[in-house]
Ligand binder design. Structure first.
Ligand code: ASP
Length: 335
């Protein structure tokens, strides 16, 4: 019957038959956190709040610009986190908190939801942007987690920017350590007590790119007064960070020991995979029920494979922001 059709019509028919079905473009989305805690509203001046919102927005825009150009979610997460690492406002990179020994020891991790590849560094003291070192571990070693001098020597070899340990010193964090020491001297409380919960400033990001790939990353100075050598959940894949295209990407903030014990980031993904929970249900069940029952305080951010965003926390505040799949930007601090 093709013989009966005029040549032009025949060509058109053939083109239509061989063209792949048009699929709608994949949504892009990005979500960040800047730490959860009990941040006292009265102490946070309007000017300071403005600064937080402005940095959150700059971080979101840095990541979103990459996604809009068709860049990868890994690059977007890295770019967004670097903005916060370079700001003294956050407990990551420049504004990191002090250990009990008066040093800054930083942790970071990054995970690719497409391949489940991951990289992390723990206890680093001279790397300007620990998230870049985590990326390099993922891209250029067969390992997932490098710590201390080993991580630093590796990053130096890769040509990453090194700084003197003093670069991380800020007066505000130093004061926090002195306050922590005073409190510790007069109370029997330990890190396991809820009242010590203040994790304001750790940073994290999750992104979904136009190819449908999820990535998640987290960066932190840890907890004020932590014992030197202590490593929290942030560089532990499955605890502080997790990403899997099948389910979601997650970055956590809060009392790291609980997030490690309860494998929080992976547990949310597992609820979605095995219980068919939605991201919102899984995040609620784990943060508001399971963790709360165990007195583990903190929060999480996440995106699922369809671009749905969640920001769940059981503390009075969590620094956070997102640009959703419709392009809507929001930032927030308190509940
Ligand atoms: N989770 C981090 C840690 O325990 C702290 C934080 O989120 O602020 O090291």
């Amino acid at each position: 019957m093709y013989k009966l059709l005029p040549a032009a019509l025949l060509a058109l028919t053939m083109i239509t038959e061989s063209a792949p079905p048009a699929s709608p473009p994949h949504p892009i989305a990005i979500v960040i956190h800047g730490g959860a805690g009990r941040m006292d509203k009265a102490k946070l001046t309007p000017a300071r709040q403005k600064e937080y919102h402005a940095t959150l927005e700059a971080s979101l825009q840095a990541g979103h610009a990459i996604l809009k150009k068709g860049g990868t979610s890994l690059d977007a997460v890295q770019a967004a986190i670097m903005v916060m690492e370079d700001s003294a406002l956050y407990n990551a990179g420049k504004g990191s908190v002090f250990t009990s020994a008066g040093r800054n020891e930083l942790d970071a991790s990054l995970m690719d939801g497409r391949t489940l590849a991951a990289g992390a560094v723990g206890g680093v003291t001279i790397l300007k942007n620990p998230i870049l070192a985590a990326r390099a571990v993922m891209d250029h070693t067969p390992h997932v987690l490098l710590t201390n001098e080993g991580a630093e020597a590796f990053a130096k070899n890769r040509g990453l920017e090194l700084v003197k340990p003093e670069y991380f010193h800020t007066d505000q964090r130093w004061r926090q350590l002195q306050e922590w020491k005073k409190k510790k001297a007069t109370s029997k409380q330990t890190f396991l007590d809820e009242k010590h919960a203040d994790y304001f400033g750790t940073v994290g990001c999750v992104a979904l790119d136009a190819k449908g790939n999820l990535a998640a990353g987290t960066s932190t100075g840890g907890l004020t007064g932590k014992q030197f050598g202590r490593i929290g959940d942030s560089p532990i894949i499955g605890a502080g960070t997790y990403a899997n295209n099948k389910t979601c990407g997650i970055s956590c903030t809060g009392h790291g020991e609980f997030f490690i014990r309860y494998a929080v980031a992976h547990d949310i993904s597992a609820h979605m995979e095995y219980k068919q929970s939605t991201l919102a249900q899984a995040a609620h069940d784990i943060v508001q029920i399971k963790l709360k029952k165990a007195k583990g305080s903190g929060g999480i951010i996440g995106i699922d494979a369809k671009g749905n965003i969640v920001m769940e926390f059981n503390t009075p505040a969590m620094n956070r922001g997102s640009i959703d799949k419709h392009g809507k930007l929001t930032t927030g601090i308190f509940k």
